[in-house]
Design a protein around this ligand. Structure first.
Ligand code: ATP
Length: 263
């Protein structure tokens, strides 16, 4: 469904942030993209949704295909109409509007024919939003706002939903709930690119996982195997405490060995 090939992104004509990134999201898959702060995860999302320009970023090499069409330089609104929706980090809802108004705004690119069906789908998925549908979004809890942000993106009935750190700042119980919601969304046929620092959460529901560091992939494979990987455990789960030397993702030989094992 989505193929990113050898992508290079530069900000302000000087800062090289993505350095030949390639990844794929298959039809009906949940794909996890992990990486530490500053690795380039949000930049990857901006490149896919077409919002790089707003941030003074440029694709200087590589390509992005969606459903076989080259979308590398298409307008963001065209990409939304093609079926790509994103939920940015930090619950960017319209704080002064009600839940219903936010959801109506989310359907702005559609012709409105499916509005009722999509609205009902969102309300079924998030009963809490149904209870608070007339509430002003800015007064709701962080978890409710996150649900609204996802609900708003779903109003476009996307084929691909990109979620940037949906678990950020949520209490463990809500993270669990978020996981279940993502699985349910995917169960209805929407593919999901899940950008996360919470490796446990993302890899436990993903069909495929990628790990990136400083703008490049350093590992990818079966999420169950990735979860057992020493580096992933050390960097993302804080499980390595044997005092041994820190193996770097950047150690290419180490990566190749690991990649053979994962494939
Ligand atoms: P985080 O988990 O902290 O959100 P990330 O993996 O999403 O990090 P990005 O936000 O893509 O990483 O940032 C990657 C690098 O690009 C960082 O070094 C960041 O400072 C830089 N960067 C991001 N946006 C811009 C911009 N508009 N102009 C210049 N540099 C930027």
């Amino acid at each position: 469904m989505l193929t990113v090939e050898n992508l290079e992104v530069v900000y302000n004509d000087v800062v090289l942030v993505l350095r030949g990134l390639s990844l794929e999201v298959g039809d009906g898959q949940i794909v996890a993209l992990l990486g530490a702060n500053g690795a380039g995860k949000t930049t990857t999302m901006r490149a896919i949704s077409g919002l790089l320009e707003v941030h003074e970023g440029d694709i200087t090499k590589g390509s992005i295909h969606f459903g076989g069409t080259d979308i590398t330089h298409l307008d963001p609104s065209v990409r939304v109409k093609m079926g790509i929706s994103q939920v940015m980090e930090g619950r960017r809802i319209f704080a002064e509007l009600t839940v219903d108004e936010n959801l109506t705004a989310g359907a702005y690119t559609t012709d409105g024919k499916d509005f009722d069906r999509q609205y009902d789908r969102v309300m079924t998925l998030f009963p809490r939003l149904a209870e608070r549908h007339k509430s002003v979004a800015g007064y709701m809890s962080g978890g409710e706002q996150q649900m609204l942000a996802i609900g708003r993106a779903l109003m476009q009935d996307p084929e691909l939903l990109i979620l940037d750190e949906p678990s950020l700042g949520l209490a463990p119980k809500l993270v669990q709930q978020m996981k279940e919601i993502i699985v349910e969304i995917n169960g209805h046929g929407t593919s999901v690119l899940l950008i996360e620092q919470n490796a446990n959460m993302a890899l436990s529901i993903a069909h495929h996982g990628y790990v990136m560091e400083t703008g490049k992939l350093v590992m990818d494979g079966d999420p169950k195997k990735l979860l057992k990987d020493e580096d992933v455990q050390e960097f993302y789960l804080g499980l390595r405490s044997d005092g041994g030397e820190r193996k770097s993702f950047r150690d290419v030989k180490h990566y190749k060995r690991r990649k053979r094992w994962l494939s």
